[in-house]
Design a protein around this ligand. Structure first.
Ligand SMILES: Cc1cc2nc3c(=O)[nH]c(=O)nc-3n(C[C@H](O)[C@H](O)[C@H](O)COP(=O)(O)O)c2cc1C
Length: 182
């Protein structure tokens, strides 16, 4: 089973990226193959007016990696009460309808503030739902992002949060297996 993990920002020093590495290890411990799609790899090619119809090599390469997933885990940072624009640009490069049609997707929200990225995740679910993705119902919302990590190691400070994420990972693997068996 191939899980693609997408931290939804290209911000240098992003905590979503740090969390994506924790989540990646969890899926690997469940024997999944993983790919971490780093939106920092999105270069000027993504902004070319021709990118939609005639994508360049960089766009095609990243889209191909996304399309190779059996399931996608979005780590969704809250930016201005929503998810980052760079993530929407990436989504707009995905083929229609295959990009999301019947693709299992799972969501983890991460925010500095008290709203724990709930709005950001639900905005993103509005898009992926419109595109007929299969939404994994177990979601995790994390606030106070800057207090959550041991910055030296990149690990989470709280075992309880790590366990909640692990439960989500186990449940998502099970969700994908049930869909495949159907
Ligand atoms: C452009 C921008 C807008 C942001 N807007 C919000 C916000 O509306 N609410 C909030 O709680 N945090 C906001 N944050 C803080 C992020 O939620 C925080 O940095 C968190 O760790 C997830 O983003 P990161 O992966 O970039 O670290 C914002 C950060 C940036 C860079």
């Amino acid at each position: 089973m191939r899980i693609v993990i997408v931290p939804g920002t290209n911000r240098a020093g992003s905590l979503s990226y740090m969390l994506a590495q924790v989540v990646r290890e969890q899926y690997e411990s469940l024997d999944a193959d993983t790919d971490l799609l780093d939106l920092k790899e999105m270069d000027a090619e993504f902004l070319l007016p021709s990118a939609y119809k005639e994508p360049g090599d960089r766009v095609r390469g990243m889209v191909k990696r996304f399309m190779a997933s059996d399931g996608v885990v979005f780590i969704v940072p809250e930016y201005n009460g929503s998810y980052p624009g760079v993530l929407k640009l990436f989504i707009d490069m995905l083929p229609y309808p295959d990009g999301f049609d019947s693709r299992p997707v799972s969501f983890i929200g991460l925010a500095a503030g008290e709203f724990q990225s709930l709005r950001a995740v639900e905005h993103l679910q509005g898009v992926t739902g419109y595109r007929n993705a299969f939404h994994h119902p177990r979601r995790t919302f994390i606030g106070k992002s800057y207090e959550r990590f041991d910055m030296a190691t990149g690990k989470l400070k709280e075992a309880e949060l790590e366990e909640r994420l692990m439960k989500q990972a186990r449940s998502f693997v099970d969700f994908i297996e049930r869909i495949k068996a159907d």
